[in-house]
Structures are given as structure tokens and as C-alpha cells.
Design a protein around this ligand. Structure first.
Ligand code: API
Length: 278
């Protein structure tokens, strides 16, 4: 099968987007091994995540599926949501500015702004351990986590996908490559977890690095930015609107607190179109 794809990125967190509405056969070819092969930056196309555009099933405008570079399907991708919205508009699959997108964990609504950026209502963050999922006895603002012979302190939250967030004095010195994989695979996270390393600059600015589940460290992580900000707000360390600086660039995150959705605003860029024989 000749697969058509579009290469996109959100602050350097890069994707291929596949329109399965006009290429339904693609879904039968995209098994985990094929996704891993396509994700390879030397032998394949190269991407952090593969995003699929499908027909809606539950009253939304579209269904959005996300696969990590390791081939695993996951619940949510924030940078990908902005690219998803840009894709369906640019390919005339909709003429709406605000799009209702079905994900594995409910509906998110991206809006394409006049300046070309995309704002997304990412839904209400979940902090109950069972929701994350995280095997902790009860919900706490911070949890001790044994990593080898070291005990670190994390906050845990679901943005649809699971995140463990640490506060670090200087993320340039953070042990992302050595500690990230150990947090990702920690047995207390039965579905693994995205590991965030947050440096608080002031109440409206943080710096962030994320070792992503199923992908490794990325240049930016949209749900990771949401997770870091809501955890920082819950700990009384951040205000409701925060600029999140990551290696790939900045996102603006806003959360008005308990039971309110978290909002993310940032760019979505199309790089090239391509085809590949599967
Ligand atoms: N690695 C994540 C999915 C992609 C999230 C990230 N790329 C974003 O922008 O939110 C997970 O396994 O939950």
C-alpha cells in the first residue's frame, strides 16, 4: 500500500498525520512493528508520534488516535491536537474554527486563532491515583518515588495520559536521560508514565523538559506542559496563566483550578507531505 502522510510539528515535537478517512486501508497496515519502523529517524520517516484522523463515532467532528514511536496507542497528545486541528482545516475536512475532537479519554476542542496559533481545551485534569493510573493509597499533592537508591518527590496527574512531575532547581542539570526511563517504567505506574522535570522561574514562568512515555525526551510536550502547570498551581507555586519554556519553544497554559479544564495555546506547523510504500 502507498501511504500518504503529512509531516508536522508542535514546537519540535514531531508527527506524521494520516488521513484514514480517505485511506481506510492504512489502519490495517499500521501495526506496532510497522509504526516503530516508520518512526525510525534513519530507516524510516522519523517522528515522536503518529496521529490518525478518523470519522467521528460519538457526536464529535473527528476521531483522533495517537501512537508513540514505540508503536503503543495512547490516550492524548497536546502538541498533536494543535497539529490535528491545523490538518483538518488545511485539507478542507472542515470549515469550522472550533473542532470537537474525540479522543480515547473524551472530547477536546481545539480552536484555530486569528494569529494562526491553536488553543485547545484539554479537559479537566484528574488527580485521583486510579484515574492516572498510579498505585498510591490516596491522593496527595506530592508522593515519594523510589528510583534506584534515591527517593524523589513527584506530583501525579492525568491529562488523559499519565504524568509524573518533579520540581528541579535547574533543568539543564536534570538527570532526564538517566532518571527519565526509570520513572517512565516505574512499577507504581501500571501503564507507564511521562516524566516531567520542571524549573520554576516565577509564578508565571516555568522551564520544562519531558521524558515521554514510549518516545523518550522530546523538544516539547503539550500534555506535559499542562501537567506541570496544574501540579505547580495545586502546590501553590504558580498563578493561573503560565508560560512554559521548553527546548522547542513556548506554550501558554491556563488553569482556573478544581474541576475546570486546562487550556493550552501554541503553534502547529506543516513541514512536508510524503508517500511511503507499506
Ligand atoms: N508520550 C505521550 C503521548 C504524547 C504526548 C506529547 N507528545 C504531547 O504533546 O502531549 C504518552 O505516552 O502519553
Amino acid at each position: 500500500m502507498k501511504l500518504q502522510f503529512t509531516k508536522m510539528h508542535g514546537l519540535g515535537n514531531d508527527f506524521i498525520v494520516i488521513n484514514a478517512i480517505n485511506q481506510p486501508a492504512s489502519l490495517t497496515f499500521l501495526d506496532p512493528a510497522t509504526i516503530r519502523r516508520l518512526a525510525d529517524r534513519h530507516f524510516g520517516i522519523g517522528f515522536d508520534q503518529l496521529l490518525i484522523v478518523e470519522q467521528a463515532r460519538e457526536g464529535g467532528d473527528f476521531r483522533y488516535r495517537i501512537f508513540n514511536a514505540d508503536g503503543g496507542e495512547v490516550e492524548q497528545c497536546g502538541n498533536g491536537a494543535r497539529c490535528f486541528a491545523r490538518f483538518v482545516r488545511d485539507y478542507n475536512l472542515t470549515d469550522k474554527n472550533t473542532i470537537r475532537v474525540e479522543t480515547a479519554r473524551g472530547i477536546i476542542t481545539p480552536t484555530i486563532e486569528n494569529n494562526g496559533e491553536v488553543s485547545v481545551n484539554m479537559g479537566v485534569p484528574q488527580f485521583e491515583p486510579a484515574e492516572i493510573p498510579f498505585q498510591a493509597a490516596q491522593r496527595m499533592p506530592v508522593y515519594p518515588l523510589q528510583i534506584g537508591d534515591k527517593t524523589i518527590e513527584i506530583s501525579a496527574v492525568s491529562i488523559g495520559n499519565p504524568h509524573a512531575v518533579q520540581i528541579i532547581p535547574d533543568i539543564d542539570l536534570a538527570p532526564v536521560t538517566t532518571e527519565g526511563p526509570k520513572i517512565e517504567a516505574h512499577p507504581l505506574f501500571p501503564e507507564r508514565v511521562n516524566a516531567g522535570f520542571m524549573q520554576i522561574i516565577d509564578r508565571a514562568h516555568i522551564r520544562l523538559r519531558v521524558f515521554e512515555r514510549g518516545t523518550g525526551e522530546t523538544l516539547a510536550c503539550g500534555t506535559g506542559a499542562c501537567a506541570a502547570v496544574v501540579c505547580g498551581i495545586l502546590r501553590g507555586l504558580l498563578d493561573t496563566t503560565v508560560q512554559v519554556a521548553m527546548h522547542g519553544g513556548n506554550l501558554q497554559i491556563r488553569w482556573d483550578g478544581k474541576d475546570k479544564p486546562v487550556w493550552m495555546t501554541g503553534p502547529a506547523i506543516t513541514v512536508f507531505e510524503g508517500t511511503i510504500d507499506l
